[in-house]
Design a protein around this ligand. Structure first.
Ligand code: PLP
Length: 371
């Protein structure tokens, strides 16, 4: 599989061997208990009970694992996956290093829950500078960071962390496994929300942990079984079905992001444009080396909340919505959710509309909102 291109790998990921009379992607298996062998019990089947065992979920895990280059466990959401890794690894007295500018509920979880368990939490901006990793148990990087789109140098930081005996996990939500492969870059684990561009249809929540280390996979699997944060069979099936088009969707989203970034960068009434694909963006030098493709997400500042509202009102194609990575272009004023961003900062997620339509709509909406 590794010799194939992204489109081929996406469309074939996790599919069972061809069997006459069977579908390409088997339909969802809805089961809580399964029939057991009366004499041998659960030892005789991979499927005993739905919380640990589901064949639809396993196929999706095979698919994501193939794309990330590791073993995968899926969860009911990205938050379920990230907190599973943190809680499966960290013990009282440990120190964890988290992004100061990453997804805010991870930071809130760290201060509200992890610190209460006796874990020391240190926040570091994604762009650095990074402190010494001496005495650190786990470093979580979010690259590109959400919403600021800064980029961390994964190979360099993984080497420094490993030299100090720390583990490294990378939140790969924004990049997706086609955008970068953190396990190849030296990370011990990937965590991600599959809710975003990976599945991309804005119709389900999903998360996952991927790793090549049995020493991480086993406690994460056990954590999931004990705490029960599994996704349902139908969501797993929908996610797997959506995964087949991730290469095509990302290609259009990135092309749209490039066109929009150029439009925004050329407008005097828009400031602070961030997209790691713009050559003068601070994240460009590292992104150009470690990323395989660029995200469809951008950031920019429209000055104040009223202008953002006028812009969203005037646009015919940009939906006012949170989340990102979906088929439809959407925009979100992040300060309204508690992110530490300027009041007029907007995260724009490019969908798969035609680039010319999107640029024309954005131009009109920016003009109208500037008035
Ligand atoms: C970078 C990042 N990580 C994790 C999450 C959490 O994912 P979920 O909403 O699927 O729980 C998000 C959600 O926006 C995110 O942007």
């Amino acid at each position: 599989m590794s010799q194939w291109g992204d489109g081929t790998r996406s469309v074939h990921a996790g599919l069972p061997p061809a069997e006459p009379g069977q579908p390409f992607l088997p339909g969802p298996v809805f089961a809580a208990p399964y029939h057991l062998d009366p004499w041998q019990g659960p030892a005789a089947t991979p499927n005993g009970y739905g919380r640990p065992d589901n064949p639809t979920r396993r196929l999706l895990e095979t698919a994501i694992g193939e794309l990330e280059g590791g073993d995968c466990r899926v969860f009911a959401s990205g938050q379920a996956a990230i907190t599973a890794l943190l809680l499966a690894v960290l013990r009282p007295g440990d120190t964890v290093l988290l992004p100061a500018d990453g997804y805010y509920p991870v930071r809130a979880f760290a201060t509200e829950t992890l610190e209460g368990f006796g874990v020391r939490v240190t926040f570091v901006p994604t762009a650095g500078p990074y402190p010494s990793f001496d005495g650190v148990r786990l470093v979580l990087l979010e690259t590109p960071s959400n919403p600021g789109l800064d980029v961390a140098d994964v190979p360099a930081l993984a080497a420094a962390a490993h030299a100090a005996g720390a583990l490294v996990a990378v939140d790969n939500t924004t990049a997706t496994p086609l955008g970068q492969r953190p396990l190849d870059l030296g990370a011990d684990a990937v965590v991600a929300s599959g809710t975003k561009a990976l599945t991309g249809h804005s119709d389900l929540l999903l998360g996952y942990v991927a790793t090549r280390s049995a020493g991480l996979l086993d406690p994460v699997t056990s954590w999931r079984t004990m705490t029960g944060g599994v996704p349902g069979a139908f969501d797993c099936w929908l996610a797997h079905r959506s995964l087949a088009t991730v290469d095509l969707r990302l290609a259009r989203q990135t092309a749209n992001a490039e066109a929009v970034a150029r439009l925004l960068a050329g407008r005097p009434d828009v400031t602070g444009v961030r997209w790691p694909g713009l050559p003068d963006d601070p994240a460009y030098p590292v992104a150009a080396v470690q990323m395989r493709r660029l995200p469809g997400v951008l950031g920019f500042d429209l000055g104040d909340p009223d202008r953002v509202a006028r812009f969203l009102d005037a646009s015919r194609l940009v939906a006012a919505a949170t989340s990102f990575g979906g088929l439809h272009t959407s925009a979100d004023r992040r300060a309204q959710w508690g992110d530490d961003t300027a009041p007029g900062f907007v995260r724009l997620s490019c969908g798969i509309e035609d680039p010319a339509d999107l640029v024309a709509d954005l131009t009109a909406a920016l003009d109208a909102s500037a008035a």
